[in-house]
Structures are given as structure tokens and as C-alpha cells.
Design a protein around this ligand. Structure first.
Ligand code: PEP
Ligand code: MN
Length: 300
């Protein structure tokens, strides 16, 4: 080989090695939430209940814990009709500072009472880093609300908590931003995260938000974390909750979270979207029939 062409092939080889090394350095690490980092589904353990990995989990309860009678009545019907996890907010993110803000610690005590009565694990929201320790003492699952999904100091702290987290998608959060928010919690050492699609803000005003069911498909493809749907906050009207619960199951969600209240007309928060126990029971019957059908489907 002529000297010139020998030199050329050496240069080419060096360039290839260098480019490879640079590419290696620049290649982003697979995100912890991604299927590249972990291909099999994560199963989240909420008390004795497993979320993800093929089951369909129903979380139900009032928007807010209001008093003992309301919470215990709703909890008993939720249990009777087959809910696996109880919900109820003690710290409420309200648009108006004059609206009911939740009972705080008293609400947490009532949730603990409802858990004793029904045996169901409870999920409740934390809004402030200073309340995490207290909420973790009562909750089986800690909820991050839609408005706090990019509260990074809250997320960092929740990464260090030994409690599963149910994280709502924000009203204006893209799927990528939602996943990056979950990444904060996993990066902190807590891989027990459930993602919750709860509707996003669009130009449409006929419903409270617009339920993005395609997000379930995209998320299930991109991440190993369980994905549940909250049709109640998505539509804001109890009439549409049941059909969208069915759609959530059909699209391959790992469960739903719905609001329910013994006397929705008296609810201090979100009464219009809360199912009565009777409506909840009808929804559960339909979901049960559909779950049997779903066994053979491939999700999304
Ligand atoms: C809730 O689930 O109680 C709630 C406030 O929902 P979001 O954060 O999705 O509005
Ligand atoms: Mn609500």
C-alpha cells in the first residue's frame, strides 16, 4: 500500500475511535423511568394491594375528607362494591383561598379510621414539603396533585420517603415532562411510583379537562411504571365517569381513581363529579365484566 493511503486509513481509524468515544460520553443514560432501563412492569405495593403488572385496581373515595360520617359512610360503600384502595384529601389544592381547604391532620386521622374499618389502604395528597413526614405516618400511598407535578423540591423529598407515590399529570404537562417529574422520585431512590392521567387543559370547555387516553398508550410503551386514569377530574361531571372508566380499562390502564360520595349534593368539593354509591356499584359491575374480556388483549 502506498504511504499516503496507509496514512489515510490510520487517520480514519483514529477518527472512528474518537467519534465512538465522544458518542459514548454524549449518549444520555437511560432514564430510570424508561423501558430501556427496566423492561418488565413495575408493581407498586400499596399496603397489601398490588398496582400494575396486569391487574386493574380501582381507587375510590371522596374528593375531600369532610367529617367522620361522610368519610366512613363512603369508605364502607367503596369497600362493599369492590374498591381496592380508598382515597380522600386532607390537604386540598383549591383555586380560591376561601374554599374548603381540607381538615389537615384531623382528616388524616379519619382516613386512618376508615382504613381500620374497611381494611383498605389509603391514598392522600401532600402539598407541602413540611407535611411529608406527617402524611407518611398515615398514608399507604402519597399523592402528588396535578398542580405540584413540577414542584421539584417536593419531588426530591418524596424520592427519599419509604411510601409509594401516586403522581398526577399536570394540567399543562407534556408526557415527557410528566416522565421527567417521575424521574426525580426514582432518582431519589423511590421506585414505587404510579402515574395518573387526569385530563389536560385544552380549548374545550364542555368538560372540566380533556382526558388524554392516548397518553396511557404512550406511557405504557415508554415506562415500566403503572399508569392509572382519573376520569372524575378529567370530565368534572359524574355522567361521563362510567364510560371513561370503561375506556380506561379498554385502553390498557392499570386502574382508575374515581371520586365517590354518600351524599354528593352536600359535598364540600367536587360534588358534581362524585359518583353515588349506587352509580359506583353499576360502574364496578361493568368493569368486572370487561376485565374478564381483557385477559386476552394486548394493552395498546
Ligand atoms: C384530587 O385528586 O383530589 C385532585 C385535587 O386532583 P388533581 O390534582 O388531579 O386536580
Ligand atoms: Mn376532587
Amino acid at each position: 500500500m502506498a504511504l499516503a493511503s496507509k496514512m489515510e486509513s490510520k487517520v480514519a481509524a483514529v477518527e472512528a475511535v474518537t467519534a465512538g468515544a465522544v458518542a459514548q460520553r454524549l449518549k444520555p443514560q437511560a432514564l430510570l423511568v424508561s423501558r430501556e432501563a427496566k423492561s418488565e412492569d413495575t408493581v407498586v405495593h400499596a399496603g397489601a394491594v398490588s398496582v400494575g403488572g396486569g391487574s386493574f385496581t380501582v381507587i375510590a373515595g371522596p374528593c375531600s375528607v369532610e367529617n367522620a360520617e361522610q368519610m366512613l359512610c363512603t369508605a364502607q360503600w367503596a369497600k362493599r362494591y369492590g374498591a381496592a384502595i380508598l382515597r380522600g384529601g386532607a390537604y386540598k389544592p383549591r383555586t380560591s383561598p376561601y374554599s374548603f381547604q381540607g381538615l389537615g391532620q384531623e382528616g388524616l386521622e379519619l382516613l386512618a379510621q376508615a382504613r381500620r374499618l374497611t381494611g383498605l389502604p389509603v391514598v392522600t395528597e401532600v402539598m407541602d414539603t413540611s407535611d411529608i413526614e406527617l402524611v407518611a405516618q398515615y398514608a399507604d400511598v402519597i399523592q402528588v396533585g396535578a398542580r405540584n407535578v413540577q414542584n421539584f423540591s417536593l419531588l426530591r423529598k418524596l424520592g427519599q420517603v419509604r411510601r409509594p407515590i401516586l403522581m398526577k399529570r399536570g394540567l399543562m404537562t407534556t408526557i415527557k415532562e410528566f416522565l421527567m417529574a417521575a424521574e426525580y422520585i426514582l432518582a431519589g431512590g423511590n421506585d414505587q411510583v404510579i402515574l395518573c392521567e387526569r385530563g389536560i387543559r385544552t380549548f374545550e370547555t364542555a368538560t372540566r379537562n380533556t382526558l388524554d387516553l392516548s397518553a396511557v398508550c404512550v406511557l405504557k410503551e415508554m415506562t415500566h411504571l403503572p399508569v392509572v386514569v382519573d376520569p372524575s377530574h378529567a370530565v368534572g361531571n359524574r355522567r361521563y365517569v362510567k364510560p371513561l372508566a370503561r375506556a380506561s380499562l379498554a385502553v390498557g390502564a392499570d386502574g382508575i381513581m374515581v371520586e365517590m360520595h354518600c351524599t354528593p349534593e352536600k359535598a364540600l368539593c367536587d360534588g358534581d363529579q362524585s359518583l353515588t354509591p349506587k352509580e359506583f356499584s353499576a360502574m364496578m359491575e361493568e368493569l368486572k365484566a370487561m376485565t374478564a374480556l381483557r385477559q386476552g388483549w394486548l394493552a395498546c
